[in-house]
Design a protein around this ligand. Structure first.
Ligand code: ACO
Length: 331
C-alpha cells in the first residue's frame, strides 16, 4: 500500500518542425542534428498555450484512469513556460477541465520539474489524505527558444504529459490502474547545485542585462558533463535506498535531452541499453514535459506481466542545475 501510478496521458500539437526545415533557418544540417542529438522532429504548439497542452494531457490521463474529473483533489504543473504568473498554470488547468475544489500549484525546476512534482505530490498525498492527484509536466519552449542560435534551437520542442497518482492507503484498491498491475513509487531522490546555475538560464523579460536574456541560454557541454555524472549518482542512490541491485531493473525512463547522454548513462551504469526508453527522435527536449511524455509511451508498450516484482527508474536533470529520480515497483 502506498502511492501508485495508475495512469498516464500526453498531448502534443500536430505541427511538426523537422531538421530540414531547421537547416533552412540556421546554419545546421540534418546529419549534425541526428548524429549529435538523436532528434529528428519536434512539435511546435503555435495554436496552444502551455495550459492548453497541460489540460489536454491531464484530460487524457484522467480518462485512461477511468476516473471522474472531480476525483482529482490535487493538481501540480511543472513548467518553465507558464502563460501567467497568477493564477498558476495548475489553476488554469483545473478551470479548463472544470475540476472544482482542488489544491493547485506549480513547480519550476526546469527539466527536473516533473520528478520534483511527483516527489512533492507523494508526500502531500500521504500527509493530507489525498486520494487522487494529477501531476503534469507542460512546456511551450518554442516561445523561449532563440531561433537564431543553432547550438540550442535544434534541441527543444513543445508538449505535455500527465501521471495520475492514487493513494491506495485510502482507497484500499488500485483497481483503476490502466496497467493491470500496481506501480508503487517506493523511493525518490531530488537535489541541486547552484554553483552551475549560469550554464542554463531563461530570464524574465523585465530582468534582462548583458548576462541574461529572455531566451534559453545554455552551455551544452557543461550540461552534458553534469547529466552524465549526476544520472549515475541518482540511479545508485535509488538502488541503495531500496536495497536492490541493477539486475532487478526492468525499464529506465530518462529525461530526453540528448540520445548521446542516454547512451553514456547506459554504458557507465552497466544497465543494458535495451532497457532505456528513448523517444527524443520525435519530440526533442521538452523540459518538464519530457519525462511524463516518455513515461506515457514507455508504459503503454511495456510487458508488465513478465516483469512483475521488478522495478522502473525515471530520472531527470536540468536547470538549477537540478536532478531527481523515482523508483517504481511493479507489483
Ligand atoms: N549545427 C551544426 N553545428 C553546430 C550546431 C548545429 N546545430 N550547434 C553547434 N555546432 C557546432 C559548434 O559551433 C562547434 O563547432 P566548432 O567545433 O567549430 O567550434 C561544434 O558544432 C561542436 O559543438 P559542441 O557544443 O561541442 O557540440 P556537442 O557535441 O557538445 O553537442 C549539444 C552540443 C547537442 C548541445 C550537447 O552538448 C548537448 O546535448 N548538451 C546537453 C544539452 C541539454 O541537455 N540541455 C538541457 C537543458 S534543457 C532545460 O533544462 C530547459
Amino acid at each position: 500500500m502506498g502511492i501508485n501510478i495508475i495512469s498516464t496521458g500526453s498531448f502534443t500539437s500536430n505541427e511538426i518542425l523537422d531538421n530540414i526545415q531547421l537547416s533552412e533557418m540556421v546554419d545546421t544540417s540534418e546529419e549534425w542534428i541526428i548524429e549529435r542529438t538523436g532528434i529528428k522532429t519536434r512539435h511546435i504548439a503555435s495554436d496552444f498555450t502551455t495550459e492548453d497542452l497541460a489540460a489536454n494531457a491531464c484530460d487524457n490521463a484522467i480518462k485512461n484512469a477511468n476516473l471522474n474529473k472531480d476525483d482529482i483533489q490535487l493538481i501540480i504543473v511543472a513548467s518553465v513556460t507558464s502563460d501567467t504568473v497568477v493564477p498558476s498554470s495548475s489553476f488554469l488547468v483545473s478551470e479548463k477541465l472544470d475540476i472544482k475544489n482542488c489544491t493547485c500549484f506549480d513547480i519550476n525546476v526546469a527539466c527536473s520539474g516533473f520528478i520534483y512534482s511527483i516527489t512533492v505530490a507523494k508526500a502531500l498525498m500521504a500527509s493530507l489524505n489525498i486520494k487522487y492527484a494529477a501531476v503534469i509536466g507542460a512546456e511551450k519552449l518554442s516561445k523561449v527558444v532563440d531561433w537564431g542560435d543553432r547550438a540550442s534551437c535544434v534541441l527543444f520542442g513543445d508538449g505535455a504529459g500527465c501521471v495520475i497518482l492514487e493513494n491506495t492507503d485510502i482507497t484500499n484498491t488500485a483497481k483503476n490502474s490502466k496497467f493491470n498491475c500496481q506501480l508503487e513509487i517506493v523511493a525518490n531522490t531530488i537535489g541541486g547545485n547552484f554553483d552551475y546555475k549560469k550554464y542554463l538560464t531563461i530570464a524574465r523579460k523585465d530582468k534582462i542585462d548583458d548576462q541574461v536574456n529572455p531566451f534559453i541560454k545554455m552551455n551544452g557541454r557543461q550540461i552534458y558533463k553534469f547529466a552524465t555524472e549526476i544520472g549515475i549518482e541518482v540511479i545508485d542512490e535509488l538502488l541503495k535506498k531500496s536495497n536492490i541491485n541493477k539486475d532487478e531493473l526492468a525499464l529506465i525512463v530518462p529525461h530526453q535531452a540528448n540520445s548521446r547522454i542516454v547512451d553514456t548513462l547506459a554504458e557507465k551504469s552497466g544497465i543494458d541499453k535495451k532497457k532505456w526508453f528513448i523517444n527524443i527522435d520525435k519530440y526533442g527536449n521538452t523540459s518538464s514535459a519530457s519525462v511524463p511524455i516518455a513515461m506515457d509511451e514507455a508504459l503503454d508498450s511495456f510487458d508488465f506481466e513478465s516483469n512483475r516484482g521488478k522495478y522502473i527508474i525515471s530520472l531527470a536533470f536540468g536547470g538549477g542545475l537540478s536532478f531527481g529520480g523515482i523508483l517504481v515497483k511493479i507489483i
